[in-house]
Design a protein around this ligand. Structure first.
Ligand SMILES: Cc1cc2nc3c(=O)[nH]c(=O)nc-3n(C[C@H](O)[C@H](O)[C@H](O)COP(=O)(O)OP(=O)(O)OC[C@H]3O[C@@H](n4cnc5c(N)ncnc54)[C@H](O)[C@@H]3O)c2cc1C
Length: 452
């Protein structure tokens, strides 16, 4: 039976970042993921915003992790060739009551240490975003809210885990386990493993993993669905900033944002659902999003929609993250990372390492990630790319081959899409899927070459 210092259950953003941090601290890590590839749970579908924490609960662990994660990410982005779209956000008031709330939002932001936020007038808003509806009354400007690539960083962190001697097992579901006072015996769909410590990063199944292995849980996952509309690339020219609404108690509300991939994204909704696995879109929610988008940015009226999708937030009955340590059983639960995990993941990872008494360790050599951002040079713009496979997203054969032959190849089609953007454009694969099938035939598997 293979033995490890730490097993991390779940390879979403929190599990991958945590495994990387523990591997850096010198632990022999095992990252277990039931999906065919990493990022196949909540982390596959989000808004891709890097938050400053300006509106996070004051004094919370969430705020601490977000701000730690944000600053570590900005350093890594440079070192790993990860794109950042320095978009800035505006929390726009559309009604008199919302305008009154802006002062409170500003004060809270300053208390959270985000001191460059400031109130701006309608004239300021429209000079920044001339296409916005003149019904905008005033806004809080948050210069540090940025747009990022939500997946490439984690593919890079996975490479770092492997480089540090860690093991990643995809298509491997944890089905049981027992602690003998020293170490854990972990039963999975692909055999038994042994690890001294466990970190539960199972996202939408975090409560179930606690119950299965610890015999108790102190939270219940209450999936909260978020639906999105992706407007065509032409729409992205209409907007430079992230437009946030004045939030209510439950959600940050419907956001309009450019994406790093050159689209304009509208969403998410916030809907309670029972289904932990499948996030479906509904006509009524999409109509509501489209109508709201046009009210905010009238030029969207005649813009084509490229895609729609939905994600599930691993929310619980609590607002705060559910991160706790059971030292008697060498266990840490990282649960309820609902709507800020992309930003906070690197901060959460440090917090978990502290809870386990793991040192800071060495910084692994940063891998250089291929650029998928629309505002930076893409592969098709340099010679020798072979052929354009996906014409909507301008994905080259060289990019697809590099992903398939790279140090951390995709485990399934979703993984290939997240690594290259193939089939994610206007035609959603209608034109290129045959060619993609030819190029990938027999080469997409969770078992391919991910152990050192
Ligand atoms: C609509 C929406 C918008 C968002 N927007 C943003 C944003 O703009 N900025 C931001 O910072 N955050 C955002 N988030 C939040 C962020 O996406 C989440 O906080 C994050 O994805 C949670 O990651 P996780 O690793 O905790 O969970 P997950 O991604 O769900 O990872 C858990 C993993 O565990 C695996 N797993 C479960 N059970 C088992 C088992 N038994 N054995 C093995 N593996 C198992 C799952 O397959 C999954 O891959 C958004 C989220 C949503 C849904």
């Amino acid at each position: 039976m293979d033995r490890f210092d730490a097993a991390i259950i779940g390879a979403g953003v929190t599990g991958v970042a945590t495994a990387r941090r523990l591997a850096m601290a010198g632990l022999r890590v095992l990252l277990l993921e039931k999906g065919e590839d990493i990022l196949s749970g909540a982390s596959k579908a989000n808004s891709a915003l890097l938050h400053t924490g300006f509106d996070a609960p004051e004094g919370s662990l969430e705020l601490r992790c977000m701000q730690q994660g944000y600053s570590e990410y900005m350093g890594l982005a440079q070192a790993m060739n990860l794109p950042v779209l320095k978009a800035s956000a505006m929390v726009v008031a559309w009604t008199e009551a919302q305008e009154t709330d802006l002062q409170g939002i500003l004060s809270a932001a300053h208390r959270n240490g985000v001191t460059d936020t400031r109130l701006i007038s309608r004239a300021d808003i429209l000079s920044r975003e001339p296409g916005l509806s003149p019904k905008a009354r005033a806004a809080v400007l948050v210069p540090g809210e940025f747009v990022i690539d939500p997946w490439s960083p984690f593919h890079g962190y996975a490479q770092q885990i492997l480089n540090l001697g860690g093991t990643i097992r995809r298509g491997t579901e944890v089905t049981g386990g027992a602690f003998d006072g020293q170490s854990w015996r972990i039963e999975t769909s692909k055999g038994t493993f042994c690890a001294d410590r466990i970190v539960n990063c199972a996202g939408l199944y975090g409560d179930r993993i606690d119950a299965l292995l610890l015999g108790r849980t102190d939270f219940t996952i209450k999936p909260r669905k978020g639906q999105f509309i992706v407007f065509d690339k032409a729409a992205a020219k209409q907007l430079n900033s992230i437009i946030l609404p004045v939030p209510d108690a439950r959600t940050k509300g419907v956001v309009l944002t450019p994406t790093i991939f050159g689209n304009l994204l509208v969403g998410p909704t916030a809907e309670e659902t029972e289904d932990r696995h499948r996030a479906t879109v509904t006509r009524s929610a999409l109509d509501m999003l489209q109508q709201r988008a046009v009210e905010i940015l009238p030029a969207l009226q005649d813009m084509p929609v490229t895609a729609t999708y939905a994600g599930l937030r691993p929310a619980t009955e609590f607002k705060e993250y559910r991160i706790h340590c059971d030292p008697a059983r060498n266990w840490v639960t990282v649960g309820g990372i609902r709507s800020t995990g992309l930003t906070a993941s690197l901060g959460i990872a440090r917090h978990v390492a502290d809870l386990l008494g793991a040192g800071p360790g060495e910084s692994p050599k940063p891998p250089q990630m291929p650029n998928l951002a629309e505002h930076l040079p893409r592969d098709w713009q340099s010679p020798g790319y072979g052929e354009i496979v996906c014409h909507c997203e301008m994905v080259t054969r060289r990019e697809i081959e590099a992903a398939l032959n790279g140090p951390f190849p995709p485990g399934d089609l979703g993984g290939l899409k997240r690594r290259t953007r193939c089939a994610m454009g206007r035609c959603q694969g209608f034109n290129c899927m045959g060619r993609i099938a030819e190029l990938t035939g027999g080469r997409l598997s969770p078992d391919i070459a991910v152990a050192p």
